[in-house]
Design a protein around this ligand. Sequence first.
Ligand code: SAH
Length: 493
Amino acid sequence: MMGRVTLVGAGPGDPGLLTQKGKKAIETAQVVVYDRLVSPEILALIPPTAKAIDVGKQANRHPVPQEEINQILLREALGGANVVRLKGGDPFLFGRGGEELELLAQHHVPFQVVPGVTSALAVPAYGGIPVTHRDCCSSLHIVTGHQRAGKELDIDFAALVATKGTLVFLMGVAALPQICEGLLNAGMDPHTPAAIVERGTTPAQRRVSATLATLAQAAQEHQVVSPAISIVGGVCALADQFDWFDALPLKGRTFVVTRPAARQGTLAQGLRELGANVWEFPCIHTTPISPCEALTAALEGLGNYQWVAFTSPVGVQVFFDALNAQGRDSRALGGVKLAAIGPGTAAALRKYGLTADYVPEVYNAQALGQGIPATGKVLLPRAAEGSPLLSQALTERGIPYEDVAIYTTQYHNPRSPQLRQALENGDLSYVTFTSASTVKGFVASVGADAPLGNITGLCIGHQTAQEAQRYGIPVRIAQEATISGLLRLAQTL
Ligand code: SAH
């Protein structure tokens, strides 16, 4: 059977600028052929079962020639695969998307195109430059500054200058001096505002503002490298006023997020929205204990418990998976009361249509044990490594309980030389810890002899902070033990 090819624009860098249609195409692909400028967060959407082919081109180095890329697409589609061709920005804007379709069309391979947010528009926008403004211009011109080896730039400078429009140059870092000179020679005012924006829409974005006469030199002084976009026109004067992205509170800071991969979403995303550079490094991962006789027995005797107390969203999920596996559902909990350690766990219960009867004021194991208004037996379905403070508090109050280990927490990255190197170089300022086990996992990954004093641990609560302090990690503690609490803490740094 014949496959098909979907040409997808991945946007300019910020993973949030991938279109919904593009995301869906990637998630359902069997083969993904991708370029250098596609961000890691978007590559992470490629299903683990799909074949991912890197044809990324480095400047001046062409590991996979265009002709071969065309052949790869053809071969995979003829082999019956649902192929996604993932390209930076928009596939048709200086993306050679058209060339790739020609061969497919000749062979009657069905194809579709999902346009992307082009860097030509998004990068100026993130640099605070509205590409048109009624007071400045009435047109916009997007030009390639790519110079073929040994050839002159093929740009009609006089025509460009005559438009009086905003000029946007892609692929123009190497040829920037010739571009500026060309415009000057064609009579453009040397005082025309200009800017170059490097790695736009990413946490590493840098903007250098200048005038047409000084831009090339300014770019050289700041060692601007590809990918970068140059903008020439009166609108560039607005950049300082509209510079919203560089002004984000966490811009330029690097955070390591150590939560398990499946749960990183909100924290990593929230930090990115604040402008942070986020290094997702899951240090632990959880595995349900299966079969789990103790849980099976507890579920069969649910009526014996007055309360079930949950200490994590994972715990909720494993518990209900086991209940469902018995052919039962939330109704089995009937008159049993439910406690959740914090809002995240309470939210996990709500997914099953259940409201927690009790959430402690402070979201930790000790507070849960001290505050749960139980008189009868409490079931604690939780991690094998769960905090003893919970059971101790119950014991002290004379409340009977059954502690059932339903999942285990493993350290995931036995050793990470990259992480350790970054820590030694002082490149990691902040590491977020959402549980004591993430602290243990992180320390195991970098080694206990690493200079852990170099970082600040942003801890969700006091128990997590105590664990970090045991290793000599300076800590800051969220006022509220939730992901939102951690995000608020990050904004005070
Ligand atoms: N199809 C792409 C452009 C491909 S040409 C698009 O629509 O965006 C590659 C050029 O795009 C780079 O040389 C650079 O000029 C520009 N570019 C792409 N991503 C960029 C980014 N994040 N920041 C600055 N320029 C970028």
